[in-house]
Design a binder for this molecule. Structure first.
Ligand code: SF4
Ligand code: F3S
Length: 112
């Protein structure tokens, strides 16, 4: 199994998760992060750290799509281990539905 980053990370991108991961397996896109499924050791410490509740274990139902998104983009985006400022308008997007369809960007973030 692995943990996965899901829809509510998009445009919230709080980045509290990256500081607690013992194996540094977060990767940064333009407006969300993903977890590398082959590097995650399932410790679970990132899940409660996310203010947007965007991280879940892939054992929860209906996360197949997110497992694919995490796996695909973890191989394409740069590693991130240090938290930066969240987007200024992050709060406005917290809890919105359908963010993947409306806002997902395949562009990489800047990484560390
Ligand atoms: Fe990192 Fe643990 Fe979260 Fe996996 S579950 S991404 S190893 S903090
Ligand atoms: Fe995203 Fe939550 Fe991390 S919003 S960047 S998964 S702290």
């Amino acid at each position: 199994m692995t943990y996965v980053v899901t829809d509510n990370c998009i445009r919230c991108k709080y980045m509290d998760c990256v500081e607690v991961c013992p194996v540094d397996c977060f990767y940064e896109g333009e407006n969300m992060l993903v977890i590398h499924p082959d590097e995650c050791i399932d410790c679970g410490v990132c899940e409660p750290e996310c203010p947007a509740e965007a991280i879940s274990p892939d054992t929860e139902p209906n996360l197949d799509k997110w497992l694919k998104v995490n796996a695909q983009y973890a191989s394409a985006w740069p590693n991130i281990t240090v938290k930066r400022e969240a987007p200024a308008d992050a709060k406005e997007f917290d809890g919105k539905t359908g963010k993947f369809e409306e806002f997902f960007s395949p562009e990489p973030g800047q990484g560390d």
